[in-house]
Design a protein around this ligand. Structure first.
Ligand code: NAI
Length: 324
């Protein structure tokens, strides 16, 4: 195991991986991995992919024929990998690198939306010191509904408790320390709703029109998990009809063609994303919840350890299988 092909790489990936991967021959491709670019893997033993690489059956088949044995995801989620087809390769991931990074970003979105800090910043830079339209609410004693109480949901709950908020939770597999309710109750009672569960066939469009209809008027919605948990057209309606006081989105269901890229000199051809960006009570960040020094360091270390385990023929601690 000597040669690793990295896809969808940015300068910060090199910074962290170059320190740790001295014993490997690495090619950093800027291209995203997909069925077409999979041919670039010819002669590589392992491929390191990221969240918006499209690893479908055709890409897997091509990589396999190019001699790739290991797909090392440098992220936690693997909904972009066709795990049914992946049997030909071993797949490993980084299950946790800093739940705090994502949880803190989630609270950042909430605080910004609530107190309209994004608008205040622009106003004062233009010497406009009016605070008209910037009214927020106290978060203290408000109810936050957390969907998915794994590592990140738990870290976010701790932060919310620190703000004196009541925490309601919904999870397919309840654990101790939470006041669990049904999804319907969570939607009906929460002032803030935050998504922290993985994307799966079951959770696809978990927040659809019916779900938005159950929410209180004036809810803050936060999604730092996966875009397709929300039906974006239904989200637009909920913003239009005032169900939502604001939406903080670090992910978007069609983000793959845009996020992590500078598209400022192109015409935006995704009308839903363009409309979302036109609301002054919507903040979109570019899937950057994970983006702290600590998380990048952990991602690089765990990925290289995953590759080392495979090369040494040891059991794969972070293996992903079709049943996972
Ligand atoms: P985790 O695996 O620790 O927790 C996920 C929780 O969701 C578990 O408690 C699980 O029981 C629950 N769950 C699974 N299916 C569910 C369903 N259908 N309905 C309700 N709950 C369900 O995962 P972790 O580390 O907390 O990450 C959560 C999500 O955050 C990931 O799936 C990923 O999509 C996203 N993420 C986003 C990042 C970003 O940069 N914005 C970075 C890392 C992860």
């Amino acid at each position: 195991m000597k040669k690793i092909a990295f896809f969808d790489t940015k300068p910060y990936d090199r910074t962290w991986f170059d320190i740790l991967a001295k014993h490997y021959e690495i090619a950093y491709f800027e291209e995203k991995l997909n069925r077409h670019t999979a041919t670039l893997t010819d002669g590589f033993d392992a491929v390191c992919a990221f969240v918006n690489d499209r690893v479908d059956a055709a890409a897997i088949d091509r990589m396999h024929r190019c001699g790739v044995q290991l797909l090392a995801l440098r992220c936690a989620g693997f909904s972009n990998v066709d795990m049914q087809a992946a049997g030909k390769l071993r797949v490993v991931r980084v299950p946790a690198y800093s739940p705090h990074a994502v949880a803190e970003h989630t609270m950042g979105l909430l605080l910004t939306l609530n107190r309209r800090l994004h608008r205040a910043y622009i106003r004062t830079r233009d010497f406009n010191f009016s605070i008209v339209g910037l009214t927020g609410i106290d978060l203290y004693k408000k109810t936050v509904g957390i969907i998915g109480t794994g590592r990140i949901g738990r870290a976010f709950a701790e932060i919310c408790r620190g703000f004196g908020m009541r925490v309601l939770a919904y999870d397919k597999y309840p654990a101790p320390d939470f006041e669990y309710v049904s999804l319907d109750t969570l939607l009906r009672e929460s002032d803030v709703i935050s998504l922290h569960c993985p994307l799966s066939e079951e959770s696809y469009h978990m927040l659809d029109r019916k779900a938005f209809d159950k929410m209180k008027k004036g809810v803050f919605l936060l999604n730092t998990s996966r875009g397709a948990l929300i039906d974006s057209e239904a989200l637009l309606d909920a913003l239009n009809n005032g169900t939502l006081r604001g939406a903080g989105l670090d992910v978007y269901e069609e983000e793959a063609g845009y996020f992590y890229e500078d598209t400022s000199d192109r015409i935006m051809d995704d009308d839903v994303l363009a409309r979302l960006l036109s609301f002054n009570n919507v903040i979109v960040t570019s899937h950057q919840g994970f983006f702290t020094r600590e998380a990048l360091d952990n991602i690089a270390r765990t990925t290289m350890e995953n590759i080392r385990e495979f090369a040494a023929g040891e059991p794969l601690t972070n293996r992903v299988s079709a049943e996972a």
